[in-house]
Design a binder for this molecule. Structure first.
Ligand SMILES: [Zn+2]
Length: 243
């Protein structure tokens, strides 16, 4: 028997597939035509219902989730509708209604000025420049920084056509000029675009009476030298300090 002559729906990584055209159906089993059903991330909408299919389709586009994880998450929510799905829907509604960008730093929050910018205990003279809100949150998790932030909203990229005007770089220069800033910490990612952006900002701030610093690069806490790449080891060596 030819190995392709299988007369049943096939499962590939959890995704259903239909018989190749021209294959004879299993007696008693009606094979739905493609005009009756539409495949959405591995779930036939006619079987799951269009609403559930659409939810899975949208969730599969979220970072870190693929079709399989989206299906599992939606099934779990359906099974725990009262304790998971309904509170999640309410939380989404609340965020949709209130979320906005801080007009000072670009952080996200529910007020015109975010909680960090509005906090009186934060040092006002030190600005930490980050690429994205996720980086701001990462810095805050470290609990080591007591100043304020400036979120660029991306990095310069000639390849993607992202110039200074597409980012919040003009707003940063304006802040340095009008607020009493003594230090700008460039906490940008150690990627080519991140470092290009850091050099561009440093050039733009050259004339300003402000100290420009950047995060150290080197051996991570708990890291082993044998596992580090050559670039990290040489950066760590250059950034060595007195023991
Ligand atoms: Zn803010």
């Amino acid at each position: 028997m030819d190995r392709f002559a299988i007369n049943a729906p096939m499962q590939f990584w959890g995704c259903e597939s239909r018989l190749p055209q021209g294959q004879a159906p299993v007696p008693g089993v009606a094979a739905p035509s493609l005009t009756q059903s539409r495949l959405v991330v591995g779930v036939w909408m006619d079987e799951a219902g269009p609403e559930i299919g659409r939810l899975i389709d949208m969730m599969a586009k979220l970072p870190g989730l693929g079709p399989r994880s989206a299906r599992r998450a939606v099934l779990m929510m359906i099974r725990k509708k009262a304790v998971v799905m309904e509170p999640l829907a309410r939380a989404l509604d609340d965020v949709v209604a209130t979320v906005r960008e801080c007009r000072v730093c670009g952080n996200v929050g529910s007020a015109e000025i975010c909680a960090i910018c509005a906090a009186p205990k934060r040092a006002t003279g030190v600005l930490c420049v980050v690429e994205d809100v996720a980086d701001l949150w990462a810095m805050e998790r470290g609990r080591a920084f007591g100043g304020r932030y400036h979120v660029l909203g991306g990095v310069l990229s000639a390849l993607d056509g992202v110039g200074p005007e597409e980012l919040r770089i003009p707003a940063l220069l304006e802040r340095v000029a009008t607020e009493e800033i003594s230090e700008v910490i460039l906490a940008l990612n150690a990627t080519v675009d991140g470092q290009t952006t850091a050099h561009y900002i440093a050039d733009q701030l050259e004339a300003a009476a402000v100290e420009i610093t950047s995060l150290a690069q080197g051996v991570p806490i708990g890291g082993e030298l044998d596992y580090l790449d050559d670039g990290t080891i040489s950066a760590a060596l250059r950034a060595r300090r007195r023991f």
